[in-house]
Design a protein around this ligand. Structure first.
Ligand code: PLP
Length: 438
């Protein structure tokens, strides 16, 4: 990009790309190739030795994916990014990049169900312990820390609780120990810029708001370039000791000439190389299309969700509405500190008729899709206890905030009158159905 534009609306359209040098194509081309012709044997060996940066093989890098990576880096104010096959891969790799067998991570309890499973079971099986703590008390992160703690992990705007995470408080605690805070910002892109509050790494499921159209699974890991890894050699051995999987490279030293990118270069050149969670160039094209209009969509999602929360809170069939704009006290202060321009597109609620009414409500929706997704331009609804969070034990469901009658809405960008009409109709039918069942 030739200008010094810094506004997200402009960066989302221009960062990381200005017309294809070969063809002049203004839309980002889909480089649907597995491999790249080396100019000479010397060029090839320089690329492999990281003496020169360039394309080697699409499992590790691809020019279409690179535009997406550069664009999100510019939007977040980071130093580099890696596109991976899904949000799940982004969460897993973000931690595996620092933690090895016998190490541990301290995580907020308020997590997407899939991330909970990854942490409680799969990472545990791989020898990485995840210690869950209640984010209501930031000091709980310090109390759970020991010499083998390598990272803290949290979601900015976790559903179902929709209580914004205390990013600056926990990032500051982590920095005093040499521990980076990794933030999943999937539900709040553009509304929150976690690096501005001290987070060191951001992960995204691009499947949600960034892609925005429900077409492609994908994930991103963004390096803030703001964490002093080299100052904590004992706390962060993965980046400070020779890496046998890459000619004994010490990552903080090896990347010094390129910039503060040790974390993200290691993720790309070792884990992405070995685990192979590659992002397809076609999906990158789709997600770039989504990202270009994210600044328009995310604020419209937020406006519509605010109107839905208002509507539900004055409806007689609704018991509780869960929405950041309706919270008070410390939880509300966090929402107002870390989100700007809106509270996001997610709204939760419980019907007075409990589980039965919740299910009847979902079955009665006509405009809202009943799907296991959030962040689509279309409005979506689900009953988490029997779907997204169903593999959690009842106790773990309670910890993550999933109660029996909870319904989650991902409010879309349709006209608000049509959204409210569908909700009103479904509430009437669900209430009628629950009365009839009594
Ligand atoms: N993080 C959050 C907050 C999510 O909601 C999800 C998916 O629902 C994920 C991560 C996982 O993303 P993906 O489905 O792209 O693997």
């Amino acid at each position: 990009m030739t200008s010094n534009a810094a506004h997200p609306q402009t960066l989302a359209l221009h960062a990381g790309y200005r017309a294809d040098p070969a063809t002049g194509s203004v839309a980002v081309p889909i480089y649907q190739t597995t491999s790249y012709q080396f100019q000479s044997t010397e060029h090839a060996s320089n690329l492999f030795a990281l003496k020169e940066l360039g394309n080697i093989y699409t499992r590790i890098m691809n020019p279409t994916c690179a535009v997406l990576e550069d664009r999100i880096t510019a939007l977040e104010g980071g130093s580099g990014a890696l596109a991976v096959a899904s949000g799940q891969a982004a969460s897993a790799i973000s931690l595996q990049n620092l933690a090895r067998v016998g190490d541990n991570v301290v995580s907020s309890t308020d997590l997407y169900g899939g991330t909970w499973n990854l942490f409680a079971n799969t990472l545990k099986d791989q020898g990485i312990e995840v210690r869950f703590v209640d984010p209501a008390d930031p000091e709980a992160f310090a109390r759970a820390t020991d010499d083998r703690t390598r990272a803290y992990y949290a979601e900015t705007l976790p559903n179902p609780k929709l209580q914004v995470f205390p990013i600056a408080e926990v990032a500051a605690i982590g920095r005093s120990f040499g521990i980076p805070l990794i933030v999943d910002n999937t539900a709040a892109p553009l509304l929150c810029r976690p690096f501005d509050h001290g987070a060191a790494v951001i992960v995204y499921s691009t499947t949600k708001y960034i892609g925005g159209h429900g077409t492609s699974i994908g994930g991103l890991i963004v390096d803030g370039g703001n964490f002093p890894w080299a100052e904590f050699p004992e706390r962060q051995p993965a980046l400070n000791t020779p890496d046998p999987s890459y000619h004994g490279a010490v990552w903080v030293e090896a990347v010094e000439p390129i910039g503060p990118v040790a974390y993200i270069i290691k993720a790309r050149t070792t884990l992405q190389r070995d685990l192979g969670a590659a992002f397809s160039p076609f999906n990158a094209f789709q997600v770039i299309q989504g990202l270009e209009t994210l600044p328009l969509r995310i604020f419209e999602h937020s406006r519509n969700a605010a109107a839905v929360a208002d509507f539900l809170s004055s409806h007689p069939a609704v018991d509780t509405v869960i929405y950041p704009g309706l919270q008070d006290g410390e939880v509300r202060r966090r929402a107002d500190t870390y989100l700007s321009g809106g509270y996001g597109g997610l709204v939760g609620f419980e019907l007075t008729g409990g589980r039965g009414a919740g299910r009847a409500f979902i079955d009665a929706l006509e405009l809202f899709y009943h799907v296991a997704n959030i962040g689509d331009a279309r409005s979506l609804a689900i009953h988490p206890a029997t779907t997204t969070h169903s593999q959690l034990s009842p106790e773990d469901q309670q910890l993550t905030g999933v109660s029996d009658g909870y319904v989650r809405l991902s409010v879309g960008i349709e006209h608000i009158d049509d959204i409210l009409a569908d909700l009103g109709r479904a509430l009437d039918r669900a209430t009628g159905a629950s009365l009839a069942a009594e």
